[in-house]
Design a protein around this ligand. Structure first.
Ligand code: PRT
Ligand code: MG
Length: 218
């Protein structure tokens, strides 16, 4: 049995065409079913549904043989382990679930001036490691405030001056009167594979990885 870890929503949706290329169809719709283990048309392949940020954990410890996770999630996961995410390969950038990691502020906050003056900036984010590294590289002093969601609210309530968050269309920022002032990095999702599984289940995993590779969107 091969177990693939996916998160519900955009990663699940955007992985389906890649699975299709490998001849695999998922037999249940995660939006309709409450099941966490989904069967496929192949008796040897099952999909497990986990939180996006739990995908690397499942793959690293062998709860899943492979999975799909955003670059954002992988960087934060790696850091949480002190840079020692042993036991995992990242053979492919799947170029799906694309977005960017950005700094955003309230439209009436003069970010450039705050940076120039060397003021301490309060930054709310779920992505503390990416944010810490970004501002350290720029030599900007920040106080990081860890949040688990709805970052957009932080500048509106006075909790923070700025946020570091993912942006795709920009509609969420606009709806909350926030503006993007810096792009930190491009984000896409990668395939992650458990190293021990790749040895034990070499042939079927290789076939799947090759099929995924051939179907990566441009
Ligand atoms: O919800 P949960 O806590 O379980 O996890 P999650 O929110 O990380 O999961 P999910 O499915 O929302 O995201 C999974 C992965 O998709 C992320 O790790 C990213 O790599 C990738 N991705 C791509 C995105 C976006 N685009 C995206 N736009 N993840 C989140 N967003 C959010 C963003 O945080 C912001 O709130 O969408 C909002 C902005 O979107 P726009 O279109 O309004 O700019
Ligand atoms: Mg989400």
């Amino acid at each position: 049995m091969i177990t693939l870890a996916l998160s519900k929503g955009r990663i699940f949706e955007e992985t389906l065409p890649l699975l299709q290329a490998a001849g695999i169809t998922v037999l249940e719709d995660p939006e309709k079913s409450r099941k966490l283990i989904l069967a496929t048309n192949s008796p040897e392949v099952q999909v497990v549904l986990v939180r996006a940020s739990d995908v690397p954990t499942y793959v690293q410890y062998g709860g899943a043989d492979l999975g799909v996770a955003g670059r954002d999630v992988l960087i934060e996961h790696n850091h949480a382990l002190g840079g020692n995410a042993a036991g995992m390969y990242q053979p492919l950038d799947l170029n799906i679930a694309r977005c960017r990691m950005s700094v955003a502020v309230r439209d009436d906050f003069d970010y450039a001036r705050a940076v120039k003056q060397g003021s301490r900036i309060r930054v709310a984010t779920k992505y503390t490691e990416i944010a810490r590294q970004h501002f350290a590289d720029k030599g900007v002093h920040v106080d990081l405030i860890k949040l688990y969601g709805s970052m957009e609210l932080a500048p509106l309530t006075g909790l923070a001056d700025a946020i570091v968050d993912l942006v795709s269309t920009g509609n969420t920022l606009k709806a909350n009167r926030l503006v993007e002032v810096e792009q930190i990095m491009d984000i896409s999702s990668r395939l992650v594979v458990n190293q021990a599984a790749l040895k034990l289940k070499r042939e079927p995993l290789r076939r799947m990885i090759d099929a995924f590779a051939s179907a990566i969107p441009k």
